[in-house]
Design a protein. Sequence first.
Length: 78
Amino acid sequence: MSPETKSLSAEKVMGPASYFPSIEKKYGRPIAEWKDLIRAKSGLKHMELVAWLKTEHAMGHGHANALVAHALAESPPK
């Protein structure tokens, strides 16, 4: 594998984080702020958080699911 190919594959973002640039652009808040809002809703389960983002912030399902998955993976509910 060439150095160029190696650096390109290392920079490619996969999983929920691949949605982050479009989430920030479409909904106008940085990802850190979205994750703080999600964490402030302690006691809600994954799909409850997704539904909340969809209802309260008019977020699409894929974007909401990606944010919740990423936030919960970093800080699982206690």
